[in-house]
Design a protein around this ligand. Structure first.
Ligand code: 4FN
Length: 240
């Protein structure tokens, strides 16, 4: 899968994604990341990419021309229609279902906004799909794009090795993880739960499932409701 990020800060995205599991996935060729600096496409003599908002108000707005030309450069090079995601607080909130869905794309263009936003006309012309990573104020869309790339990449075949684990073992995407422990058996007077030392794999699995359910109910009742809904409709056991 090939991610194409349109941004004013390409090095920020490259640096963030070139580390850790996504970095190794790029090195192996399981995913690819290209960044396009929107500023490179400004036809203005000082490479300006923003201007004052019509109607007045605070801040600046990203101009349509450099955004459109940057997008066209990617689309024309690919020579086909490509799904384009605009990271925006006005989008539907990103979740695991969307991460899995996007992982089915061969190419994905991600557009990152800055300043007060992007001229609405270029968003309409491109036909963007708006996605938000959550309800807080950000300075730009880059961190959101990185979140989406990370989450989507994990669903691309080959990206997660056995050693990287992942949600494969989770019996429902709507449940939180059970608590984890590693050596030593006792640390600062706190012991690892005895059952995990018992070697009884069936009991361990049962305990972990209970812990997952308990934690989800306590900490994320919103997710717990979804997990229960799945169990009742009989699709909980889809051990992906
Ligand atoms: N943010 C809110 C309301 C009004 C503005 C913002 C805001 C970056 C270009 C958008 C933010 C959050 C999640 C992109 C936020 C996201 C962004 C995202 C984002 C600069 C304009 C801006 C009600 C959500 C608090 C700045 C709420 N997911 N404007 O943050 O791009 O993807």
């Amino acid at each position: 899968m090939h991610f194409h990020v349109l941004t004013l800060f390409p090095e920020m995205v490259q640096n963030g994604i070139s580390t850790s599991i996504t970095g190794r996935a790029i090195a192996r060729g399981d995913i690819a990341l290209s960044t396009v600096n929107i500023r490179d496409y400004s036809t203005e003599k000082h490479k300006k990419v923003d201007d004052y908002p019509y109607g007045g108000g605070a801040g600046m707005v990203m101009q349509a021309q450099p955004v459109y030309d940057a997008w066209r450069s990617v689309r024309d090079a690919l020579g086909k229609d490509v799904r384009t995601v605009f990271l925006s607080p006005q989008g539907k909130v990103f979740d695991q279902q969307k991460a899995r869905e996007l992982a089915g794309e061969e190419d994905l263009i991600l557009l990152c906004g800055h300043y007060e936003g992007v001229d609405e006309r270029v968003l309409e012309e491109i036909g963007v799909e708006e996605i938000s990573i959550g309800d807080y104020v950000l300075t730009g869309g880059e961190l959101a794009a990185m979140v989406v790339i990370d989450a989507v990449s994990r669903n691309v075949p080959g990206v997660l090795t056995n050693a990287d684990s992942g949600t494969e073992e989770s019996f429902s995407e709507h449940l939180l993880e059970y608590p984890q422990y590693t050596r030593p058996e006792e640390w600062m007077g706190r012991r690892v739960p005895e059952i995990l030392l018992s070697g009884h794999h069936e009991n361990v699995a049962k305990w972990r499932k209970e812990q997952s359910l308990l934690r989800t109910k306590e900490r994320r009742p919103d997710l717990y409701a979804l997990a229960n809904g799945e169990e009742m409709s009989g699709s909980c056991g889809k051990n992906k």
